[in-house]
Design a protein around this ligand. Structure first.
Ligand code: SAM
Length: 220
């Protein structure tokens, strides 16, 4: 069985009893970064061996992990944060397992986009998650323009390095529409900032943006 296990997105207490049980009992844990996951495993005194499975080794390592699964071993897949498969290489392993008729199950838990959407207060019955916006401003604006007429709430992930330029482009495309920018979900400095992109840009020009961000834009 391949267990896709959601892990905390900041606060180590955000993990289910079942996730701890599964991580303790499987034969191997495939981690995006073994050093990162070690912090979580040590916190819960989990002694299960780990192996890395990340973007650049996903094909070779995928076959290695598949061989274990075919031998009848149980493997847990975790990412650095949240639900594996949501914007990380987890998808490749899950897909490989399915194609090889390996049983797959997911242990639910934190996912940054769900927390952000709920905290934003935007309509949550229909939404689009578009991952990271393109790095370059022209491509980013084009993507934003394509989404600006959406009748769905739109959600992006963003890093502290690009949040200001992304918000400047959102301001250009969306104007005064009230958006929500959340950062550091579940952590000590969790913050949800609501207002036009312009007012949020002004705020982060005076207070250096730190941490990990999610941007939520409600429909017009
Ligand atoms: N698998 C993860 C999930 O379930 O949400 C997402 C992985 S993606 C590579 C990492 C991005 O998720 C970050 O750049 C940030 O935009 C968002 N993210 C993850 N943890 C977060 C947190 N605690 N607060 C805000 N955003 C977070």
């Amino acid at each position: 069985m391949l267990y896709v296990v959601a892990t905390p997105i900041g606060n180590l207490k955000d993990i289910t009893f079942r996730a701890v049980e599964v991580l303790s009992s499987v034969d191997l844990i495939a981690c995006e970064d073994t050093r990162h996951t070690k912090v979580l495993l040590d916190h819960y005194a989990i002694k299960t061996p780990t192996t890395s499975f990340f973007q650049h080794n996903r094909f070779v390592k995928g076959e290695y992990i598949l061989a274990f699964l075919k031998e009848g071993k149980d493997i847990a897949l975790v990412s650095d944060a949240g639900m594996p498969g949501i914007l990380d290489p987890g998808y490749n392993l899950i897909n490989l397992a399915i194609k090889n008729n390996i049983a797959v199950t997911a242990i639910p838990g934190p996912c940054a986009l769900v927390n952000a959407l709920v905290l934003s207060g935007s309509p949550a019955h229909e939404f689009i998650f578009v991952g990271f916006l393109p790095n370059r401003s022209v491509a980013r604006k084009n993507r934003l323009k394509g989404l600006s007429g959406s009748k769905y709430t739109v959600i992006f992930y963003e890093s502290c390095h690009r949040i200001l330029s992304a918000l400047e482009d959102i301001n250009e495309v969306y104007g005064p529409r009230e958006i929500t920018v959340v950062r550091e979900l579940t952590k000590k400095f969790e913050e949800a900032r609501r207002g036009s992109a312009q007012t949020i840009v002004e705020y982060f020009q005076s207070v250096k943006p730190r941490g990990e961000f999610v941007i939520v834009i409600p429909p017009a």
